[in-house]
Design a protein around this ligand. Structure first.
Ligand SMILES: [Zn+2]
Length: 460
């Protein structure tokens, strides 16, 4: 007879950030992800955890994106003494992501403190600081390979399968008391560079899957590459330079991969200067270089060559703020890749101030732009925007390329979930309309689904 297992859904329920679910079995408490809320839900990061951090034995971390790992420092600060379980690359990338987030939190708290001082209010504290992020890393004590079964206390075991989403991302298979839960974290898209295709789901009693794009298809990767190529050639052809706002983790490495292939085949000018101007993007790229065994077969072959997407004559990497500033004075012929991906901070903002008003230049967006961000305003066609406190006219040509998504689209989700041998299916990590659309697509295939609200539990 197996012990009853209970799972409670806290974060990323009917929304796409703050992934966090609690599994309780035989006195053991395990968290599946402990992610930060972003965008409209960000205020929720400051709420108390709906469980006691000191009672959590393990955090099983699917991958290093902030919306899956970002509250681990807060968890540690509030008493968590257990272990974080992840794949080896995830642990190393999470260190970079959490330290970067801690720096941003500290800067934001400082600005908040100055504002509060002027208003005569008590200063808001930082969510966590660099010390908390470093302390959190001491808990990343269990680092595994795909397929390696890890036995925990209370007869619970964990195995990671390749989720094909970003480097090191895992689908978690958690077994306890004769029952099996499978949790996707984020599920990748098929046929993308560097990462492998997602593994199929192991047979399970409960499948918890993401459904970010449950309501829509993506444009194909090949079409997106062609669109990118045409944008670069249009801008360089008239003597301009291209800005690419890019997320530091995975998207930046993919953009380098695509640009390298275009450059190698002569589909963009061989004279182009590609500049990676992102300290975090560079650090993550260096980490990728250490894990070629985790790439797909094509990626392993490409990166085994001395000249490869992270090291080729047209590519340079800025080392200092001065290097970055020098780019303000270059005219045409450059492609500058910088963060943040939604233009909410980082070096891209300085480049936008220097180039948005230039008709010959171009900005190519390769990632999702959330409402309320500078990136979204530009994508939505604003003719003037405020950048670093200054009004700037938008005269550069703007492109939005949608097909570089790291998430499975509707068809891929329907196919993957239909192929799973699962007793029950729960949909999380998606806006409510996307999850409902996915549920409607699964129903005719005889698959009933549950879409939990925050705090909902299942026992089985
Ligand atoms: Zn993710």
């Amino acid at each position: 007879m197996g012990a009853a297992m209970r799972i409670t859904f806290f974060g990323a329920t009917k929304t796409v950030t703050g992934s966090c679910h609690l599994v309780e079995v035989g006195g053991l408490e395990v968290l599946l992800d402990c992610g930060m809320y972003q965008g409209h839900d960000a205020a929720r990061n400051h709420e108390a955890f709906p469980f006691e951090p000191a009672d959590i034995g393990y955090v099983v971390l699917t991958h290093a994106h902030l919306d899956h790992c970002g509250l681990i420092p807060k968890l540690v600060r509030e008493g968590f003494r257990g272990h974080v379980i992840s794949t080896r690359p995830t642990a190393e990338i999470a260190r970079l992501i959490l330290l970067d987030a801690a720096h941003l939190q500290e800067e934001e708290a400082e600005r908040g403190a100055r504002r509060a001082l002027r208003r005569g209010e008590p200063p808001p504290g930082a969510l966590f600081d660099v010390g908390d992020a470093l302390a959190a890393m001491d808990h990343f004590s269990l680092r595994v390979e795909y397929g390696q079964e890890l036995a925990l206390d209370h007869g619970v075991s964990v195995v990671f399968h390749d989720a094909g989403h970003i480097l090191g991302s895992g689908i978690v298979e958690l077994r306890a008391g004769g029952k099996t839960i499978v949790y996707t974290g984020d599920l990748g898209s098929w046929g993308r560079p560097i990462v492998r295709d997602p593994s199929s789901a192991p047979p399970c009693d409960l499948l918890i899957t993401e459904g970010t794009y449950g309501d829509r298809p993506h444009r194909s990767f090949a079409e997106s590459v062609a669109e990118f190529r045409d944008a670069v050639n249009a801008v360089l052809g008239r003597g301009g330079s291209v800005l690419v706002p890019s997320f530091a983790l995975e998207r930046t490495q993919e953009v380098l991969y695509v640009l390298y292939e275009l450059w190698r085949r002569g589909e963009i000018p061989r004279t182009v200067r590609i500049v990676l101007d992102s300290p975090l993007g560079s650090a993550v790229t260096r980490t990728f270089s250490k894990y070629p065994d985790w790439f797909d077969r094509e990626g392993r072959e490409v990166f085994a060559r001395p000249e490869n997407p992270f090291r080729f004559p047209a590519l340079s990497v800025t080392r200092s703020v001065e290097d970055s500033k020098r780019l303000n004075h270059v005219g045409g012929g450059h492609i500058i890749i910088a963060g943040s991906g939604m233009c909410t901070g980082g070096r891209i903002v300085h480049h936008l101030r220097h180039r948005l008003w230039r008709e010959e230049d171009g900005v190519v967006f390769v990632g999702y732009q959330a409402r309320g961000t500078l990136g979204r305003a530009i994508v939505d066609g604003a003719t003037r925007v405020r950048v670093l406190g200054e009004e700037v006219a938008v005269r550069a040509q703007i492109w939005t390329i949608n097909g570089f998504s790291a998430h499975a689209d509707r068809e891929e989700l329907l196919r993957w979930i239909s192929g799973a041998e699962a007793g029950r299916v729960v949909l999380v990590h998606g806006e409510e309309h996307a999850l409902s659309a996915l549920a409607s697509g699964l129903a005719p295939r005889g698959i009933a689904t549950t879409i939990p609200s925050p705090g909902d539990s299942l026992e089985f």
